[in-house]
Design a protein around this ligand. Structure first.
Ligand SMILES: Cc1cc2nc3c(=O)[nH]c(=O)nc-3n(C[C@H](O)[C@H](O)[C@H](O)COP(=O)(O)OP(=O)(O)OC[C@H]3O[C@@H](n4cnc5c(N)ncnc54)[C@H](O)[C@@H]3O)c2cc1C
Length: 361
């Protein structure tokens, strides 16, 4: 197998690297709270759109970059090198691209590609997370529309999203074969933001309630009762991006640890001269290489039509456990300063713990 990165993808990597180094890393010490305020976020979005990084995976016919899975892995490895919480693109794009009607593409997909609208996913419920087929929200057909009721928790991006993909049982007796995906505008009457749920590191997610929300038939994404397959496919896709982000974070932390080990002296010698420290650095380099090979192999398979959801899950498990080890070693090498807010390691540490839970543990 040839894992040489093409010149085109190298250019894409350099573009993403410059964006991260020039635009994002300098803001890390300015915005230490995990939620980036709206004004700088919108300014960064404009820059990412201008560079073609915002909706890189969407087809060029819709104004996207037409970048393949390997290209997306390369972009997200660069994005993982910053602890500033700025995410490229929209979580709903992939599903709307796959199954959206021309009207849904016009109303939701194209505006998100242009940065005019923002999406979120509301799937998880108090009694259904990794076992997503156990959701209890219901959408009951009533003439020409559905009536949606239920509670969703841990939904990210409420503060910036204006529509969501949500999932509800339309045929509860059919289990996973009775789940439908809906595109819901966040200002639909009956959609209620109940409370913020703050997680590790101060990041915010939301609890939402649907109270007799009237949804037109045109809100169904794909086919009625076929939403479970869709969410499983989307999870495969997002696990891939998440794995690449973990690799980028690991690369930055290893680089910091190696530089610090050379510079910091204890007992008359640089830390880097101690074999115990060298082992930590070497183990991190090995971990990163293994994760990148897994992801590039899986991306290559996906681009060549032989990818599976198992590939994406293997990448996710390995890369998210790997980044935990690498950040932990980097902190250990830094000692006390490693856990201060003077360095990004402390923020990376809390961010990467969450990765082993989100998008399915
Ligand atoms: C920061 C953050 C952001 C999130 N954003 C979103 C979002 O935008 N939209 C959304 O819908 N959801 C979101 N989630 C929810 C997330 O997807 C769920 O938390 C995740 O799927 C796990 O579900 P759960 O928390 O219900 O854990 P459970 O499913 O209750 O599982 C609990 C633990 O049990 C273990 N476990 C589960 N099943 C098995 C098994 N079969 N065998 C062995 N062990 C098992 C796992 O270790 C798991 O961590 C977010 C969560 C967090 C923390």
């Amino acid at each position: 197998m040839d894992f040489t990165i093409s010149d085109e993808l190298k250019m894409l990597r350099d573009l993403a690297r410059q964006f991260v180094e020039k635009e994002l890393i300098p803001l890390e010490s300015v915005y230490v709270h995990p939620e980036l305020p709206e004004e700088p976020r919108l300014a960064l979005e404009k820059k990412a759109i201008a560079l073609g990084l915002w909706a890189a995976a969407a087809p060029a016919t819709f104004g996207g970059g037409g970048v393949n899975n390997l290209g997306m892995a390369i972009i997200h490895e660069e994005m993982g090198k910053t602890c500033l919480r700025f995410e490229l693109g929209n979580p709903a794009n992939w599903a709307i691209l796959a199954l959206g009607t021309p009207q849904q593409i016009e109303r939701y997909l194209i505006p998100t590609i242009k940065g005019e609208r923002h999406s979120m996913i509301a799937l998880t419920e108090p009694n259904a997370g990794s076992d997503a087929a156990a959701i209890e929200a219901t959408a009951v057909r009533n003439g020409g529309h559905f009536v949606l009721n239920g509670t969703k928790v841990f939904s990210s991006r409420w503060e910036r999203a204006d529509f969501m993909l949500t999932f509800a049982k339309t045929a509860p007796e059919k289990g996973r074969n009775g789940v439908t995906c809906f595109i819901v505008d966040n200002n639909t009457p009956g959609v209620r933001h109940v409370r913020w749920i703050t997680v590790l590191g101060g990041r915010r997610t939301s609890e939402l309630r649907f109270e007799d929300c009237r949804l037109p038939m045109s809100a169904v994404l794909g086919e009625v009762d076929k939403g479970f397959d869709l969410m499983q496919k989307r999870v495969g896709n997002s696990r891939f991006v998440l794995s690449s982000t973990a690799i980028g974070t690991s690369v930055r932390c290893l680089k910091m640890a190696a530089a610090y080990a050379k510079h910091r002296h204890t007992f008359g010698q640089p830390l880097a001269s101690r074999q115990a420290v060298q082992w930590m650095l070497a183990d991190s380099a090995i971990d990163i290489r293994a994760a990148r090979l897994l992801v590039h192999d899986a991306a290559w398979r996906a681009d060549n039509g032989t990818g599976t959801r198992t590939d994406a899950s293997i990448c996710k498990v390995f890369a998210t456990e790997m980044v935990g080890r690498v950040v932990d070693r980097a902190i250990q090498i830094h000692g006390g300063i490693g856990v201060t807010q003077d360095l990004p390691l402390e923020r990376f540490y809390s961010q990467v713990r969450t990765l082993r839970i989100v998008e399915g543990p």
